[in-house]
Design a protein around this ligand. Structure first.
Ligand SMILES: *[C@@H]1O[C@H](CO)[C@@H](O)[C@H](O)[C@H]1NC(C)=O
Ligand SMILES: *[C@@H]1O[C@H](CO)[C@@H](O)[C@H](O)[C@H]1NC(C)=O
Ligand SMILES: *[C@@H]1O[C@H](CO)[C@@H](O)[C@H](O)[C@H]1NC(C)=O
Length: 251
């Protein structure tokens, strides 16, 4: 019964991916400590009561738990999802620490596509940052394993819908936004078929690191609809996948 229901959801999810969405980072851990993320209930709390709990996860109006499509790559929605706004508080993490992102509420239904994570520094607090001023530096990327043909999305599913990212230990202390993103590639063979699911969280990074982020990229310039890693046929043996976005920085 349970697995039949799961299968139905998965099948529906794949067929009706443009209608049904699949997730948000509902919570995250920092070196194992639990933090609540932004969840859809908070959107309705805001509409109904004018307020919602203070969390470090950014507010967004991805009401269908859906995605940003390539035709919106030059709009502010690609920054931290639809009509996003900074989280009211900031989570603290030492440089070298690990954030684990928990995606929910559904089991992630898409086995194809890369997973990428970025950081951008805020000049003051990130809780009131102008999101268009953020310049993003890629700190994690995972595409496909050529020998097994297993994509990062499948690894996420195998891990129980979670993904772990380590903050470079050399990074200078300061206020940063982390932008963690799943790209679901099951439709990437058609123009405008990639699905981007960006999620942002405010982080105060501590420690004695000395390195500043290199010059970053505005979110609206991260991807083009025709990038080789955005528009490609996923239903073939992949031997040269180009992970989208700027170069990886590892500190
Ligand atoms: C964290 O989010 C995941 C994914 O939605 C969920 O399965 C889990 O129950 C949540 N943890 C807590 C403690 O709420
Ligand atoms: C690909 O998967 C194989 C088998 O699990 C593993 O041995 C190998 O290290 C992986 N390659 C990469 C680049 O992760
Ligand atoms: C693979 O390489 C070919 C030839 O260089 C190129 O046209 C294609 O875009 C590449 N595919 C990916 C997914 O990077």
């Amino acid at each position: 019964m349970k697995s039949a229901a799961k299968l139905t959801l998965t099948a529906l999810g794949c067929l009706a991916g443009s209608v049904l969405g699949h997730g948000q980072v509902q919570n995250f851990t920092i070196n194992g400590a639990y933090n609540q993320g932004f969840i859809l209930d908070y959107y309705y709390d805001k509409v109904n009561t004018g307020k919602f709990p203070n969390v470090a996860g950014w507010y967004a109006e991805d009401l269908d738990l859906g995605f940003i499509a390539p035709d919106a790559y030059t709009t502010p929605d690609i920054i931290c999802h639809k009509n996003s706004a900074p989280g009211a508080i900031t989570a603290t993490i030492p440089a070298g620490g690990t954030v684990v992102f928990y995606w929910g509420p559904n089991p992630w239904p898409h086995p194809y596509g890369p997973i990428i994570t970025y950081l951008a520094q805020c000049s003051g607090s990130c809780t009131n940052v102008d999101k268009t001023s953020l310049r993003w530096v890629k700190i994690q990327e995972s595409g496909i394993n050529y020998s097994t043909q297993v994509w990062a999305n499948q690894v996420l599913i195998n891990q129980g819908n979670k993904w772990s990212v380590t903050i470079p230990s050399s990074l200078k202390a300061g206020n940063y936004v982390i932008r963690h993103e799943i790209l679901a590639a099951h439709g990437a063979g058609s123009a405008d078929g990639m699905q981007n699911y960006p999620q942002c969280i405010n982080l105060a990074i501590t420690g004695s690191g000395t390195k500043s982020l290199p010059a970053g990229t505005a979110a609206t310039a991260l991807y083009k609809p025709t990038d080789p890693g955005i528009l490609f046929n996923p239903y073939t043996t992949i031997t040269n996948y180009t992970i989208p976005g700027p170069a990886l920085w590892q500190g």
